[in-house]
Design a protein around this ligand. Structure first.
Ligand SMILES: [Zn+2]
Length: 171
């Protein structure tokens, strides 16, 4: 079975056992979590976020500059007022630099990469970082000084340990 079919099959089981009806669109706890796409982070289990509670925005590295569009929609259109930026230990974003990543992509795409793709790759900033804690702190500072973010938003920065599952505040 392909992974896509496995997902569809798991969904059939989910639908048959589902007890929740359709919940309201705005998150009940007015909470937005920005975290990494890392497969080892399960926000439901690790952060006690239930269906309907919060927006969970995920990207590579939990980078705030890469999440502004979603954060603005979350706050301005759907009424959230708390943002948690959650980076994590052993993040892949600590392991490379943009020039290397561009080389890897160019090599792997080979002749599939046309001139438009090459130009896009040349300008793609992978937003990697050399230090986890300082990056979370700087993304929190970035959001606090961003005038698209609502004044008085409760913004904090955290690091999640993918080994122990412990969440620690760093900003
Ligand atoms: Zn990560």
């Amino acid at each position: 079975m392909s992974v896509a079919k496995e997902v569809a099959s798991a969904n059939q089981a989910f639908v048959s056992s589902r007890k929740t009806g359709q919940l309201p669109l705005p998150p009940a706890r007015k909470l937005t979590v920005l975290t990494c796409m890392d497969a080892r982070i399960d926000p439901v289990a690790a952060f006690g976020i239930k269906e309907g509670d919060a927006h969970v925005i995920r990207n590579a590295g939990a980078r705030a500059p890469d999440a502004v569009r979603s954060l603005v929609i979350s706050q301005q259109l759907l009424g959230t007022d708390t943002i948690l930026v959650i980076g994590h230990s052993d993040c892949g974003m600590l392991t490379f630099q943009t020039p290397q990543a561009r080389e890897i992509v160019a090599k792997q795409q080979g002749s599939h990469l046309d001139s438009k793709g090459q130009a896009e790759l040349d300008s793609l900033n992978f937003l990697e970082f050399p230090d986890l804690h300082s990056n979370v702190a700087s993304d929190v500072a970035f959001l606090k000084s961003n005038t698209l973010i609502k004044p008085n938003t409760d913004i904090s920065g955290w690091v999640y340990d993918v080994g122990s599952g412990k969440l620690s505040q760093v900003a």
